[in-house]
Design a protein around this ligand. Structure first.
Ligand code: SF4
Length: 410
Protein backbone atom coordinates (compact mmCIF):
# COMPACT_ATOMS: atom_id res chain seq x y z
CA UNK A 1 0.00 0.00 0.00
CA UNK A 2 1.49 3.29 -1.06
CA UNK A 3 0.88 6.40 1.01
CA UNK A 4 -1.52 9.11 -0.07
CA UNK A 5 0.09 12.37 0.96
CA UNK A 6 -1.10 15.85 -0.01
CA UNK A 7 -1.49 15.84 -3.84
CA UNK A 8 0.63 12.74 -4.31
CA UNK A 9 0.79 8.99 -3.93
CA UNK A 10 4.21 8.07 -2.58
CA UNK A 11 5.88 4.70 -2.20
CA UNK A 12 6.63 3.89 1.43
CA UNK A 13 10.46 4.09 1.29
CA UNK A 14 10.30 7.49 -0.39
CA UNK A 15 7.64 8.68 2.05
CA UNK A 16 9.88 7.74 4.97
CA UNK A 17 12.85 9.45 3.34
CA UNK A 18 10.82 12.63 2.78
CA UNK A 19 9.66 12.53 6.40
CA UNK A 20 13.17 12.06 7.78
CA UNK A 21 14.58 14.84 5.59
CA UNK A 22 11.91 17.32 6.67
CA UNK A 23 11.34 16.29 10.29
CA UNK A 24 14.66 14.73 11.26
CA UNK A 25 15.07 11.49 13.18
CA UNK A 26 15.61 10.30 16.73
CA UNK A 27 16.77 6.88 17.88
CA UNK A 28 15.64 4.67 20.74
CA UNK A 29 18.31 3.15 22.98
CA UNK A 30 17.58 -0.22 21.35
CA UNK A 31 18.12 1.19 17.87
CA UNK A 32 21.45 2.68 18.97
CA UNK A 33 22.46 -0.75 20.34
CA UNK A 34 21.69 -2.28 16.92
CA UNK A 35 23.77 0.42 15.23
CA UNK A 36 26.75 -0.38 17.45
CA UNK A 37 26.36 -4.13 16.95
CA UNK A 38 26.09 -3.74 13.18
CA UNK A 39 29.01 -1.29 12.95
CA UNK A 40 26.88 1.42 11.43
CA UNK A 41 28.82 4.16 9.71
CA UNK A 42 29.12 7.16 12.04
CA UNK A 43 29.48 10.80 11.03
CA UNK A 44 32.35 11.41 8.60
CA UNK A 45 33.13 14.78 10.19
CA UNK A 46 34.61 16.08 7.00
CA UNK A 47 31.95 18.42 5.75
CA UNK A 48 29.22 18.49 8.30
CA UNK A 49 27.58 17.01 11.33
CA UNK A 50 23.94 17.28 12.42
CA UNK A 51 23.27 19.88 15.10
CA UNK A 52 23.04 18.69 18.72
CA UNK A 53 24.54 15.26 18.05
CA UNK A 54 27.78 13.37 18.52
CA UNK A 55 29.96 11.58 16.01
CA UNK A 56 28.67 8.21 17.21
CA UNK A 57 25.24 9.07 15.77
CA UNK A 58 24.53 6.73 12.82
CA UNK A 59 24.98 8.58 9.58
CA UNK A 60 22.61 6.90 7.14
CA UNK A 61 19.82 4.37 6.79
CA UNK A 62 18.95 2.00 3.97
CA UNK A 63 15.20 1.79 3.41
CA UNK A 64 13.86 -0.97 1.17
CA UNK A 65 10.32 -1.32 -0.10
CA UNK A 66 9.18 -4.86 0.80
CA UNK A 67 6.96 -5.15 -2.27
CA UNK A 68 9.44 -4.43 -5.06
CA UNK A 69 12.81 -4.09 -3.24
CA UNK A 70 13.33 -0.47 -4.40
CA UNK A 71 16.11 0.82 -2.19
CA UNK A 72 16.97 4.30 -0.99
CA UNK A 73 19.51 5.71 1.42
CA UNK A 74 18.63 8.58 3.70
CA UNK A 75 20.78 10.76 5.90
CA UNK A 76 19.94 10.71 9.63
CA UNK A 77 19.46 14.48 9.82
CA UNK A 78 18.99 16.35 13.09
CA UNK A 79 15.43 16.52 14.37
CA UNK A 80 13.49 19.57 13.37
CA UNK A 81 12.26 21.39 16.50
CA UNK A 82 9.10 22.66 14.81
CA UNK A 83 7.74 19.15 14.05
CA UNK A 84 7.64 15.64 15.52
CA UNK A 85 10.70 13.77 14.29
CA UNK A 86 10.60 10.26 12.90
CA UNK A 87 11.36 7.78 15.67
CA UNK A 88 13.53 4.74 14.97
CA UNK A 89 13.18 1.78 17.30
CA UNK A 90 14.09 -1.92 17.15
CA UNK A 91 11.85 -4.91 17.86
CA UNK A 92 12.70 -8.03 19.89
CA UNK A 93 14.48 -9.52 16.83
CA UNK A 94 16.63 -6.38 16.48
CA UNK A 95 14.78 -5.37 13.33
CA UNK A 96 14.53 -1.62 12.89
CA UNK A 97 11.06 -0.05 12.83
CA UNK A 98 10.11 3.53 12.05
CA UNK A 99 7.31 5.49 13.67
CA UNK A 100 5.78 8.61 12.19
CA UNK A 101 3.51 10.43 14.64
CA UNK A 102 3.52 7.28 16.81
CA UNK A 103 2.30 5.14 13.92
CA UNK A 104 4.48 2.31 12.63
CA UNK A 105 5.27 2.48 8.93
CA UNK A 106 4.66 -0.89 7.25
CA UNK A 107 5.94 -2.52 4.04
CA UNK A 108 9.53 -1.44 4.51
CA UNK A 109 12.79 -2.91 5.76
CA UNK A 110 15.31 -0.63 7.42
CA UNK A 111 19.02 -1.15 7.96
CA UNK A 112 21.91 1.02 9.02
CA UNK A 113 24.49 1.77 6.35
CA UNK A 114 27.54 -0.08 7.60
CA UNK A 115 31.10 1.10 7.59
CA UNK A 116 32.74 0.02 4.33
CA UNK A 117 35.48 -2.57 4.83
CA UNK A 118 38.17 -0.13 3.78
CA UNK A 119 37.45 2.14 6.75
CA UNK A 120 39.51 -0.26 8.83
CA UNK A 121 42.28 -0.80 6.26
CA UNK A 122 45.60 0.98 5.83
CA UNK A 123 47.96 1.83 2.98
CA UNK A 124 51.61 0.71 3.04
CA UNK A 125 52.84 3.67 5.08
CA UNK A 126 50.34 2.81 7.85
CA UNK A 127 47.90 5.63 7.18
CA UNK A 128 44.20 4.86 7.08
CA UNK A 129 42.65 4.47 3.63
CA UNK A 130 39.88 6.70 4.99
CA UNK A 131 42.30 9.60 5.17
CA UNK A 132 42.20 9.64 1.36
CA UNK A 133 38.83 8.18 0.41
CA UNK A 134 35.43 8.11 2.13
CA UNK A 135 31.92 6.93 1.37
CA UNK A 136 28.80 9.07 1.28
CA UNK A 137 25.50 7.25 1.05
CA UNK A 138 26.04 3.67 0.00
CA UNK A 139 28.18 4.02 -3.07
CA UNK A 140 29.78 7.44 -3.38
CA UNK A 141 33.54 7.31 -3.38
CA UNK A 142 34.58 10.75 -2.22
CA UNK A 143 38.06 12.18 -2.61
CA UNK A 144 38.64 15.32 -0.59
CA UNK A 145 42.23 16.54 -1.03
CA UNK A 146 42.23 19.19 1.69
CA UNK A 147 40.22 20.28 4.71
CA UNK A 148 38.13 23.40 5.19
CA UNK A 149 37.08 26.19 2.88
CA UNK A 150 38.87 29.50 2.32
CA UNK A 151 36.07 31.29 0.51
CA UNK A 152 35.91 34.98 1.49
CA UNK A 153 32.69 34.45 3.52
CA UNK A 154 31.29 31.02 4.36
CA UNK A 155 27.89 29.88 3.11
CA UNK A 156 25.44 30.21 5.99
CA UNK A 157 24.32 26.57 6.05
CA UNK A 158 27.83 25.14 5.94
CA UNK A 159 29.95 24.14 8.91
CA UNK A 160 32.98 22.81 7.04
CA UNK A 161 35.56 24.89 8.92
CA UNK A 162 34.55 23.30 12.23
CA UNK A 163 36.41 20.16 11.26
CA UNK A 164 39.85 21.57 10.47
CA UNK A 165 42.72 20.76 12.83
CA UNK A 166 45.89 22.83 13.05
CA UNK A 167 48.05 20.11 11.50
CA UNK A 168 45.70 19.47 8.53
CA UNK A 169 46.51 20.43 4.99
CA UNK A 170 43.80 23.05 4.70
CA UNK A 171 42.33 25.27 2.01
CA UNK A 172 43.59 28.24 4.01
CA UNK A 173 47.20 27.02 4.12
CA UNK A 174 47.29 26.21 0.40
CA UNK A 175 45.64 29.52 -0.49
CA UNK A 176 48.33 31.37 1.44
CA UNK A 177 51.21 29.38 0.06
CA UNK A 178 50.89 27.11 -3.00
CA UNK A 179 54.12 25.36 -1.93
CA UNK A 180 52.06 23.69 0.79
CA UNK A 181 50.47 21.69 -2.04
CA UNK A 182 53.61 21.27 -4.18
CA UNK A 183 55.49 19.91 -1.14
CA UNK A 184 53.03 17.07 -0.63
CA UNK A 185 51.37 16.48 -3.98
CA UNK A 186 53.54 13.65 -5.33
CA UNK A 187 53.30 11.71 -2.11
CA UNK A 188 49.59 12.54 -1.86
CA UNK A 189 48.89 11.24 -5.35
CA UNK A 190 50.82 8.00 -4.72
CA UNK A 191 48.97 7.44 -1.46
CA UNK A 192 45.64 8.31 -3.04
CA UNK A 193 46.21 5.78 -5.82
CA UNK A 194 46.91 3.09 -3.28
CA UNK A 195 43.90 4.06 -1.15
CA UNK A 196 41.55 4.06 -4.16
CA UNK A 197 42.84 0.64 -5.26
CA UNK A 198 42.01 -0.76 -1.82
CA UNK A 199 38.67 1.04 -1.42
CA UNK A 200 37.28 0.05 -4.82
CA UNK A 201 37.29 -3.60 -3.76
CA UNK A 202 34.76 -2.93 -0.99
CA UNK A 203 31.32 -4.49 -1.27
CA UNK A 204 29.63 -1.09 -1.33
CA UNK A 205 31.08 -0.48 -4.81
CA UNK A 206 30.20 -3.92 -6.18
CA UNK A 207 27.43 -2.57 -8.41
CA UNK A 208 29.07 0.75 -9.26
CA UNK A 209 30.66 3.77 -7.64
CA UNK A 210 30.09 7.48 -7.99
CA UNK A 211 33.60 8.88 -7.91
CA UNK A 212 33.45 12.44 -6.66
CA UNK A 213 36.35 14.82 -6.29
CA UNK A 214 35.26 17.60 -3.98
CA UNK A 215 36.70 20.07 -1.48
CA UNK A 216 36.05 23.42 0.10
CA UNK A 217 37.22 26.40 -1.97
CA UNK A 218 40.66 27.80 -2.04
CA UNK A 219 40.46 31.58 -1.68
CA UNK A 220 38.99 33.67 -4.48
CA UNK A 221 42.42 34.44 -5.96
CA UNK A 222 43.41 30.78 -6.08
CA UNK A 223 40.52 29.29 -8.02
CA UNK A 224 42.59 28.73 -11.17
CA UNK A 225 45.10 26.84 -9.05
CA UNK A 226 42.26 24.80 -7.55
CA UNK A 227 41.13 23.77 -11.03
CA UNK A 228 44.70 22.81 -11.94
CA UNK A 229 44.98 20.61 -8.83
CA UNK A 230 41.64 18.92 -9.52
CA UNK A 231 42.73 18.25 -13.11
CA UNK A 232 45.99 16.78 -11.83
CA UNK A 233 44.18 14.45 -9.40
CA UNK A 234 41.68 13.40 -12.06
CA UNK A 235 44.45 12.43 -14.47
CA UNK A 236 45.92 10.11 -11.87
CA UNK A 237 42.78 8.41 -10.61
CA UNK A 238 40.65 8.18 -13.75
CA UNK A 239 42.36 5.03 -15.08
CA UNK A 240 41.97 3.39 -11.65
CA UNK A 241 38.22 3.90 -11.40
CA UNK A 242 37.09 3.60 -15.00
CA UNK A 243 35.83 0.05 -14.38
CA UNK A 244 33.60 1.01 -11.44
CA UNK A 245 32.64 4.64 -11.94
CA UNK A 246 29.13 5.31 -13.19
CA UNK A 247 29.76 8.85 -14.43
CA UNK A 248 33.53 8.92 -14.80
CA UNK A 249 35.19 11.33 -12.37
CA UNK A 250 32.76 13.98 -11.14
CA UNK A 251 34.42 17.22 -10.07
CA UNK A 252 32.56 19.48 -7.65
CA UNK A 253 34.34 22.79 -7.65
CA UNK A 254 33.95 26.54 -7.71
CA UNK A 255 34.80 27.31 -11.33
CA UNK A 256 38.10 28.92 -12.27
CA UNK A 257 38.42 32.65 -12.90
CA UNK A 258 39.89 31.89 -16.30
CA UNK A 259 37.13 30.12 -18.24
CA UNK A 260 39.70 28.57 -20.60
CA UNK A 261 40.76 26.28 -17.75
CA UNK A 262 37.44 24.44 -17.99
CA UNK A 263 39.00 22.79 -21.07
CA UNK A 264 41.82 21.50 -18.83
CA UNK A 265 39.27 19.62 -16.70
CA UNK A 266 37.88 18.03 -19.84
CA UNK A 267 41.34 17.11 -21.09
CA UNK A 268 42.24 15.60 -17.74
CA UNK A 269 39.33 13.20 -18.16
CA UNK A 270 36.65 14.73 -15.93
CA UNK A 271 33.26 13.21 -16.82
CA UNK A 272 30.94 15.76 -15.25
CA UNK A 273 31.49 19.17 -13.70
CA UNK A 274 29.40 20.50 -10.85
CA UNK A 275 29.43 24.21 -10.02
CA UNK A 276 27.04 24.51 -7.09
CA UNK A 277 24.92 27.63 -6.83
CA UNK A 278 23.28 26.44 -3.56
CA UNK A 279 20.76 29.31 -3.78
CA UNK A 280 19.37 30.13 -7.21
CA UNK A 281 17.63 33.48 -6.81
CA UNK A 282 20.01 36.44 -6.84
CA UNK A 283 18.75 37.62 -3.44
CA UNK A 284 19.00 34.15 -1.89
CA UNK A 285 22.47 33.74 -3.34
CA UNK A 286 23.66 37.02 -1.82
CA UNK A 287 22.08 36.29 1.53
CA UNK A 288 23.05 32.67 2.05
CA UNK A 289 26.24 32.39 0.01
CA UNK A 290 27.96 35.74 0.64
CA UNK A 291 31.38 34.42 -0.36
CA UNK A 292 30.09 33.03 -3.64
CA UNK A 293 28.26 36.35 -4.11
CA UNK A 294 31.64 38.13 -3.79
CA UNK A 295 32.59 36.23 -6.93
CA UNK A 296 29.22 37.06 -8.46
CA UNK A 297 26.04 35.26 -9.46
CA UNK A 298 26.97 35.75 -13.12
CA UNK A 299 30.42 34.32 -12.40
CA UNK A 300 28.72 30.99 -11.72
CA UNK A 301 25.98 31.07 -14.36
CA UNK A 302 28.40 32.22 -17.11
CA UNK A 303 30.74 29.36 -16.29
CA UNK A 304 27.94 26.83 -16.09
CA UNK A 305 26.92 27.83 -19.61
CA UNK A 306 30.52 27.84 -20.84
CA UNK A 307 31.00 24.35 -19.39
CA UNK A 308 28.08 23.08 -21.50
CA UNK A 309 30.05 24.02 -24.63
CA UNK A 310 32.99 22.02 -23.30
CA UNK A 311 31.32 19.01 -21.67
CA UNK A 312 28.00 18.89 -23.50
CA UNK A 313 24.45 18.86 -22.15
CA UNK A 314 23.72 16.39 -19.32
CA UNK A 315 27.29 16.74 -18.06
CA UNK A 316 27.08 20.09 -16.31
CA UNK A 317 25.32 20.08 -12.99
CA UNK A 318 24.45 22.49 -10.24
CA UNK A 319 23.08 21.65 -6.82
CA UNK A 320 20.82 23.71 -4.56
CA UNK A 321 19.92 23.67 -0.91
CA UNK A 322 16.14 23.47 -0.96
CA UNK A 323 14.61 25.40 1.90
CA UNK A 324 16.73 28.54 1.71
CA UNK A 325 14.32 30.20 -0.72
CA UNK A 326 10.65 29.99 -1.55
CA UNK A 327 9.67 26.95 -3.60
CA UNK A 328 7.94 28.88 -6.37
CA UNK A 329 10.84 31.30 -6.86
CA UNK A 330 13.29 28.41 -6.98
CA UNK A 331 11.25 26.45 -9.51
CA UNK A 332 10.91 29.53 -11.72
CA UNK A 333 14.69 30.00 -11.77
CA UNK A 334 15.30 26.28 -12.23
CA UNK A 335 13.10 26.26 -15.33
CA UNK A 336 15.33 28.92 -16.96
CA UNK A 337 18.66 27.32 -16.09
CA UNK A 338 17.51 23.84 -17.08
CA UNK A 339 16.39 25.26 -20.43
CA UNK A 340 19.91 26.64 -20.82
CA UNK A 341 21.22 23.09 -20.46
CA UNK A 342 22.22 22.79 -16.79
CA UNK A 343 21.04 19.73 -14.87
CA UNK A 344 19.75 20.75 -11.43
CA UNK A 345 19.37 18.77 -8.24
CA UNK A 346 18.99 19.77 -4.62
CA UNK A 347 19.55 18.66 -1.06
CA UNK A 348 16.90 19.33 1.53
CA UNK A 349 18.12 21.96 4.00
CA UNK A 350 19.10 20.49 7.33
CA UNK A 351 20.83 22.08 10.26
CA UNK A 352 24.48 21.22 10.72
CA UNK A 353 26.95 22.35 13.34
CA UNK A 354 28.32 25.76 12.47
CA UNK A 355 25.36 27.05 10.46
CA UNK A 356 24.09 30.63 10.89
CA UNK A 357 20.69 30.31 9.26
CA UNK A 358 17.50 32.20 9.90
CA UNK A 359 15.10 29.93 7.99
CA UNK A 360 13.26 26.71 8.81
CA UNK A 361 13.61 23.31 7.24
CA UNK A 362 10.96 23.07 4.48
CA UNK A 363 7.71 21.21 5.13
CA UNK A 364 7.30 17.65 3.89
CA UNK A 365 4.59 18.89 1.51
CA UNK A 366 6.99 21.40 -0.06
CA UNK A 367 9.80 18.85 -0.26
CA UNK A 368 7.67 16.32 -2.13
CA UNK A 369 6.08 18.92 -4.41
CA UNK A 370 9.44 20.53 -5.21
CA UNK A 371 11.22 17.34 -6.21
CA UNK A 372 8.24 16.20 -8.28
CA UNK A 373 8.17 19.49 -10.19
CA UNK A 374 11.96 19.68 -10.53
CA UNK A 375 11.89 16.23 -12.12
CA UNK A 376 9.26 17.43 -14.61
CA UNK A 377 11.60 20.28 -15.61
CA UNK A 378 14.70 18.10 -15.90
CA UNK A 379 12.73 15.45 -17.77
CA UNK A 380 11.58 17.98 -20.40
CA UNK A 381 15.23 18.35 -21.42
CA UNK A 382 15.98 14.63 -21.18
CA UNK A 383 18.15 15.10 -18.07
CA UNK A 384 18.74 12.36 -15.53
CA UNK A 385 19.17 12.97 -11.81
CA UNK A 386 22.64 12.93 -10.25
CA UNK A 387 24.10 9.60 -9.09
CA UNK A 388 21.41 7.23 -7.72
CA UNK A 389 18.93 6.87 -4.84
CA UNK A 390 21.56 4.96 -2.83
CA UNK A 391 24.03 7.80 -3.09
CA UNK A 392 21.93 10.95 -2.84
CA UNK A 393 20.89 10.70 0.75
CA UNK A 394 19.37 14.16 1.27
CA UNK A 395 17.54 14.50 -2.04
CA UNK A 396 14.49 12.97 -3.70
CA UNK A 397 15.65 13.62 -7.28
CA UNK A 398 16.14 9.96 -8.12
CA UNK A 399 12.96 8.88 -6.39
CA UNK A 400 10.95 11.44 -8.35
CA UNK A 401 12.60 10.30 -11.57
CA UNK A 402 11.88 6.65 -10.74
CA UNK A 403 8.20 7.57 -10.26
CA UNK A 404 8.10 6.79 -6.57
CA UNK A 405 6.08 10.00 -6.28
CA UNK A 406 2.98 10.22 -8.45
CA UNK A 407 0.62 13.13 -8.74
CA UNK A 408 -3.04 12.43 -7.99
CA UNK A 409 -4.91 13.60 -11.06
CA UNK A 410 -8.40 14.96 -10.45
S1 SF4 B 1 31.78 27.20 -0.78
FE1 SF4 B 1 30.18 27.37 0.78
S2 SF4 B 1 29.18 25.34 0.80
FE2 SF4 B 1 31.14 25.10 -0.27
S3 SF4 B 1 32.54 24.44 1.33
FE3 SF4 B 1 32.74 26.68 1.18
S4 SF4 B 1 31.33 27.49 2.72
FE4 SF4 B 1 30.79 25.32 2.39
Amino acid sequence: MSVVFDKYVIEEETYLKAMILSRGIEFSEKAIQVSIFEKAKGQNLVYNMPLNTTNSRPQELIVINSKDSYLVVVSCVASNPTTTPVYLDADENHKLIAFIDNKKLDNIEIYFVKEPKYYSETITNGENVKKYVSACGLDELNIIPWKGCAISKGCRFCGINNFVNKEDLSAHKISKDKNQWYKVCNQYLDNLEEAVSIAKKSDCYKEHAHVILIAGNLDNNSLDFETAVFAQITERIKPLVSDISEEGVVVVITPPQNMELIYDLKEAGVGKVVFNLEAITETGFEKYCPGKADLGYRFFTDRLKCAIDVFGKRNVWTNLVFGLESKDNVLEKCALLIKDGVVISANVLHFDKGNSLDCDVPTTEDVVDFFYKLEVLNCQEGFFPFYCAKALRTSLSNEAHDMRIKEIKN
